[in-house]
Design a binder for this molecule. Structure first.
Ligand code: SAH
Length: 234
């Protein structure tokens, strides 16, 4: 099992949320609210029916299920065993099929290099010790010509205010300590990592989220959350 690019405290913190992962009013509420927007973003750029898609850092499976519902054959991986248990259990409720594995990105990339028509990695990169190594693994998973979808938090005063002060302290949407400001990545920094991994950045969109109205939508402003699409040259 891959252990290099993982922070065990991070996994433990997410595993504590496992039993409530599918509660739309629990701690994963922001992920529930963002999910349709990001699933639509992927669906608009990949013919999902019949496509083989990897969801890296899938948690309890919110996006994996949305992709499977759209007809994709999904492999969902996470190093939180409790989360993979919850993801598997939820398949009984949804009636969908997803191949969930307790596995790291390096391990999957070694097992199935160039194995996927699309790779998704949402809200994970800000939680790993070595984001460049993660991006290299994600690039390796892609078939030539396939697309990577990645979302994370920008490192700006606005993201500090929204994601840490707002979400963790004022609104108490997320447990304190969920996010570490220094690990947030600016789009330009992420673009450099993608380039170094041989990928071509195609699009960067801001993802605006109002936790009070629970509205999420794509916007131009990337100051807080953003979502990007990159392609492995054919
Ligand atoms: N991608 C999901 C979950 C995001 S939460 C979604 O957006 O709905 C971040 C997830 O990343 C958690 O499930 C956590 O267990 C997982 N994670 C953290 N570090 C990881 C690592 N190094 N490798 C794989 N998964 C990791």
């Amino acid at each position: 099992m891959q252990t290099a690019n993982v922070s065990p405290e991070e996994i433990a913190r997410f595993e504590r949320l496992a039993s409530r992962w599918w509660d739309p009013d629990g701690e994963s509420r922001p992920l529930h609210d963002l999910n349709p927007v990001r699933a639509d973003f992927v669906a608009a750029r990949v013919a999902l029916r019949g496509a083989r898609v990897a969801d890296v850092g899938c948690g309890g499976g919110l996006l994996s299920e949305a992709l499977a519902r759209a007809g994709a054959t999904v492999v969902g991986i996470d190093l939180g065993a409790a989360l993979i248990d919850v993801a598997r259990l939820h398949l009984h409720e949804s009636g969908l099929e997803v191949d969930y594995r307790v596995c790291g990105s390096a391990e999957l990339a070694a097992a199935e290099p160039e194995g996927f028509d699309a790779v998704c990695c949402m809200e994970l990169i800000e939680h790993v010790p070595d984001p460049a190594a993660l991006v290299a693994d994600l690039a390796r998973l892609l078939k030539p010509g396939a697309r990577l979808f990645l979302s994370t938090l920008n490192r700006t005063p606005a993201s500090f205010a929204a994601a840490i002060v707002g979400a963790e302290y004022l609104l108490r949407l997320l447990p304190r300590g969920t996010h570490h400001y220094a690990q947030f990545l600016r789009p330009s920094e992420l673009a450099a990592l993608l380039r170094r991994a041989g990928l071509e950045l195609e699009e960067v969109e801001g993802l605006s989220y109002n936790p009070l109205t629970r509205q999420a939508r794509l916007v131009e402003n990337t100051a807080v959350n953003y979502l990007l699409c990159a392609r492995k040259p054919a």
